[in-house]
Write a protein that binds this ligand. Structure first.
Ligand SMILES: Nc1ncnc2c1ncn2[C@@H]1O[C@H](COP(=O)(O)OP(=O)(O)OP(=O)(O)O)[C@@H](O)[C@H]1O
Ligand SMILES: Nc1nc2c(ncn2[C@@H]2O[C@H](COP(=O)(O)O)[C@@H](O)[C@H]2O)c(=O)[nH]1
Length: 387
């Protein structure tokens, strides 16, 4: 609930100054960002002043919050996003953040929770790669392909661990392969808006929690989702920008052979999965649903084709750019030197330049891209030579 604004704060505050508190106005709202009162934690706290009726609101804050939140600078990127640079105490990799105040993700979450919502997204260098949704009929080899991807590049990819009400298979580990859940608990969490998508698949309930995707993207990894076609449809309709890949079997007979050979289902369950496979293959042709199709005949060939769509080593880099090369644990103190059009120049303290632990940086706000809203946003950041 909003409360009457105290007289002394309802005034113009330095909008873009570096301080422990900044106020940034977007339309008729002013976003007050400050270090939390609990100084031991150094987290950020947000309050919103609605200038039209002079009321304050404490919003629901989504996303993983900036840590080491000391002095900061806030700059309006556009009417949807505020750039927040934590200018003291944070390692370089934790110093660039976006406060999403009016993006479609925020609007969607606001509808679900019925509250005013803002969301933190971490600024990552590069394209802020889209999560990858991999769908296909049961037994086609999605899990096998994903396991290869994770084994070859564990630092680059992270698996979104789904919830399911189905019983664990012999070698499945709770929290690694799935979060095995009670139906009533899972339904409750779905009704509380904690799931990005869910679907009834082969007689059980499956779903991707927002936290499962966050856990991966907050580590700066590209998130891989193994979900059925209904789930893919829900993600497509959500605000999460993703790459959608459908894996097809070389033939229906081969699919049946693989399902039987896996030996994890009863005959009745196999029949049910095969019936559903026909429906999924049919549904996969929905125009605009999947971006790419792979046929998993020979496993190695299919894996090579998957790596062409989801490269192991592009690092999200945009060719031709030079990226900051400083020690990722260095904690330089940046101040905003200038903002011209969409370029922001960040100036480290002279001592840090002299010690060689920091360079002047140029942030290109026009490059803001993709990532997972409420999780990460990609951005071009270049080191700038002073001479
Ligand atoms: N290209 C392939 N050739 C032969 N066998 C394969 C191939 N790809 C996967 N398999 C085998 O097929 C079986 C099913 O594969 P997997 O479990 O990866 O399928 P899935 O699509 O993840 O199934 P589900 O949706 O039920 O989880 C496994 O025993 C796996 O070893
Ligand atoms: N919509 C969703 N589908 C999911 C999710 N996790 C897995 N799945 C799909 O379920 C079937 C069966 O999986 P299995 O492990 O029981 O063989 C398969 O098609 C998966 O892709 C989810 O979170 N949401």
């Amino acid at each position: 609930m909003g409360e009457e604004a105290p007289e002394f704060v309802n005034r113009e505050i330095n909008l873009e100054g570096e301080d422990f508190r900044t106020a940034t106005t977007v339309g008729h709202k002013t976003y007050l960002i400050s270090r939390s009162d609990d100084e031991s934690k150094s987290t950020a706290s947000i309050r919103i002043l609605d200038k039209s009726n002079k009321t304050w609101t404490v919003p629901t804050v989504l996303g993983t919050q900036p840590i080491h939140f000391e002095a900061h600078t806030a700059i309006l990127v556009n009417e949807n996003i505020i750039l927040v640079i934590v200018s003291k105490g944070a390692p370089f990799v934790d110093s660039i953040w976006f406060l999403e105040v009016n993006t479609s993700f925020v609007k969607q979450q606001s509808k679900i929770t019925g509250t005013e919502v803002v969301a933190w997204s971490k600024g990552v260098v590069g394209k802020g790669q889209k999560p990858v949704v991999i769908s296909g009929p049961s037994g086609v080899g999605k899990g096998t392909l994903i396991a290869k991807l994770m084994k070859d590049s564990p630092s680059r990819f992270g698996f979104s661990v789904s919830h399911t009400t189905r019983a664990p298979r012999e070698k499945e580990i709770d929290g690694t392969h799935y979060h095995f859940a009670e139906r009533s608990n899972m339904e409750k969490e779905i009704s509380e808006g904690k799931f990005l998508e869910f679907a009834h698949v082969h007689g059980n309930l499956y779903g991707t929690s927002i936290e499962a995707v966050e856990a991966v993207t907050d580590e700066g990894k590209r998130c891989i989702l193994d979900i059925d076609v209904q789930g893919a449809r829900s993600v497509r309709a959500s605000s999460l920008e993703a790459l959608f890949i459908f894996v097809c079997p070389p033939s229906f007979e081969e699919l049946e052979k693989r399902l039987r050979a896996r030996g994890t289902e009863t005959e009745e369950q196999i029949q049910k999965r095969l019936r559903n496979a026909r429906e999924e293959l049919d549904q996969s042709n929905t125009p605009g649903l999947f971006d790419n199709f792979l046929v998993n005949g020979d496993l190695e060939t299919c894996y090579e084709n998957l790596k062409r769509l989801v490269p192991l080593d592009d690092g999200g880099a945009v060719s031709g750019d030079s990226y900051p090369t400083m020690d990722s644990k260095a904690t330089p103190s940046y101040t905003v030197l200038s903002k011209q059009d969409s370029e922001i120049l960040l100036q480290p303290e002279i001592r840090e330049v002299e010690k060689g632990i920091a360079n002047m940086l140029a942030l290109d706000l026009s490059s803001l891209s993709g990532g997972a809203p409420g999780h990460t946003r990609g951005l071009k950041i270049k080191s700038v030579n002073k001479d």
